[in-house]
Design a binder for this molecule. Sequence first.
Ligand code: 13P
Ligand code: SF4
Length: 435
Amino acid sequence: MKSTVSRTVTPSATASTTASIAAKPRAARIRPHTDLPTIPNGSPLLLLGRRSDAATEKGVYCPGDLPSPSDPTLMDRARAARDALGDRAVVLGHHYQRDQVIAWADQRGDSFALSRFAATADAEFIIFCGVHFMAESAAILARDDQTVILPDLAAGCSMADMAETRQVVDAWARLERAGVADATVPLTYMNSTADIKAFCGERGGTICTSSNAPRAMRWAFAQMPYGAGKVLFLPDQHLGRNTAVLGLGLDLADCVVYDPWQPDGGLTDEELGAARVILWKGHCSVHARFLPHMVDEAREKLPGIEIIVHPECRHEVAVKADRVGSTGQITKWVEDAPAGARIAIATELNLVKRLADEHRDKDVVFLDDTVCFCATMNRIDLPHLVWVMENLLDGVVVNQVTVDADTRHWARVALDRMLALPGDDRSLSATAIAS
Ligand code: 13P
Ligand code: SF4
């Protein structure tokens, strides 16, 4: 099962739309990245933009002749291309995108909101400004006549790379050997490859995002006789642990960590038998940087401050926070806070900076002292967006993300289960659990 990327020529571009942009003989200069060597799964390192590994989130070659970031006409080119594309394209922007990209987003949101939007979008082209797994999810949910584009194919996700298909298949075999696979429902975070999503769909499991994880985990447990079921949570151990303990009220001791790099996952049959939640040993390199002492220091320095953290943060950080929620929830909490409120946020810096800029009547600060952007989210910039849009106007689809039919079928089963989950979710915050 593989997701692929391709460069195709669309027959639908018209002379009039192309003529509104200065003529650029770029098609001849574009080197299709299918010519480049592909690294098999499990390769230790892949330098961003140097080679291709379409089966994982690892960096891939980004072909083409990009506009220069210092081109003084870049904004005009963006406006002209966006206007000329009109309703044929929709631009989706994840909250972690740079301001220069978010400015062009028709819809901005968290992973859940954007996947919902992709499932109902009408446009011929869905330009996804986010990371690869998000564009893949959009490609799974989109109609066959729609094209999903990721402006820079090197925008992957290190967390998604931490669960490779081969490792997850081995882990399931390990659960079978321990005699617990039949009682286990696999649940993967949206931040995973299409292969892993399909793996879950095929085995009766589903997908969650950080805004519906407790609801999805409750659903997973409900698929088994009461008290008998287990959940294999992929690939983010922190979201899995925070969801199990803060969202569902399970004990920390109910969770074990499966390490794909250890023999037998580093767990005995007895440990697997006793566990309620088997957490995959993966993490987000951005959110794992936040540490408990940062919460203490913020409270000391700024009395009365409210601490809001993303559930990809470590459990030791989440338990010290006032609220734990997805990027969409964080955005809403800041919007709803009264003027004068002091809020420290632990999530990606582009979003925190934007919230601070958009709510100058409130004191919104970043919980960490050091800079903490998501490097791969940041790969999408205005030159890539302009490049993609101008190519579409030339009748050329660059950086299309597609998913093969079999993977798409089972991943769609899992995604549809997620989108059908009923009811409103509960926040992960301790206060919400107590109420
Ligand atoms: P949400 O959009 O679900 O908050 O996830 C954050 C994230 O890490 C996306 O990569
Ligand atoms: Fe992946 Fe973390 Fe970046 Fe999200 S913020 S894309 S989980 S590395």
